[in-house]
Write a new protein. Structure first.
Lengths: 116, 114
């Protein structure tokens, strides 16, 4: 079974508008972390935001916020006031404590295009 | 945020050649990782290291090998490149102090094997 599911292969948003990128996850481990990364066309992976499974509040980092709904096992990324530079692939990822070292499970990504 | 470097950024090479992809980080992170990513696809872990002289294989089987002789350096080697090795290779590091320690990525190496 897929650990991370991103159901939106592509999304479009008007500049200055907000956009939500969906992510659902599957785990039986009560202790886990959820991450969002941005990958521009240049290829590097840029860490955006993190949410821990025991965190009581939704994570926020500048224009990025994470809508964490634990019961639904969803961790959607919200980008407010979209900018042209936000056009990129966005990956949701999860790390389970029980996985031991190191497995960071990635989704298949969502390609966001910001329209001027 | 980690400062992590990869060279070369782009490499086009013929079948059968031996190649080494370099990865270095300046933050003193204990954990380092290599991921493979085909265009537009998710990342798959191929190697990781807890520290000096520690290396493990990841989920995705790979013909590559790695070494960790110094904390800051985690090179990946392909003894005989093949067209099936064409992909992007991303190196990452993490402090490893506490779960789930965020992984920070380098700029990647795009490898094309002809």
């Amino acid at each position: 079974a897929q650990k991370i599911t991103q159901t939106q292969p592509g999304m479009f948003v008007q500049e200055k508008e907000a956009v939500t990128l969906d992510c659902t996850y599957d785990t039986s481990d009560p202790s886990y972390g959820l991450f969002w990364y941005k990958q521009p066309s240049s290829g590097e992976m840029i860490f955006l935001i993190y949410q821990g499974s025991y965190d009581q509040q939704n994570a926020t980092e500048g224009r990025y916020s994470l809508n964490f709904q634990k019961a639904r096992k969803s961790a959607n990324l919200v980008i407010s006031a979209s900018q042209l530079g936000d056009s990129a692939m966005y990956f949701c990822a999860m790390r389970e404590r029980k996985s031991g070292a190191n497995n960071l499970f990635f989704g298949t990504g969502t390609r966001l295009t910001v329209i001027p | 945020e980690a400062d992590i470097y990869q060279t070369p950024r782009y490499l086009v090479i013929g079948t059968g050649k031996k190649i080494t992809l370099e990865c270095s980080q300046t933050m003193g992170h204990d954990k380092m990782y290599w991921y493979q990513q085909d265009p537009g696809m998710e990342l798959h872990l191929i190697h990781y290291s807890y520290g000096v002289n520690s290396t493990e294989k990841g989920d995705l089987s790979s013909e590559s090998t790695v070494s960790r002789i110094r904390t800051e350096h985690f090179p990946l080697t392909l003894e005989s490149a093949r067209p099936s090795h064409t992909s992007q290779y991303l190196c990452a590091s993490a402090a490893g102090q506490r779960f789930p320690d965020t992984q920070y990525f380098g700029p990647g190496t795009r490898l094309t094997v002809l």
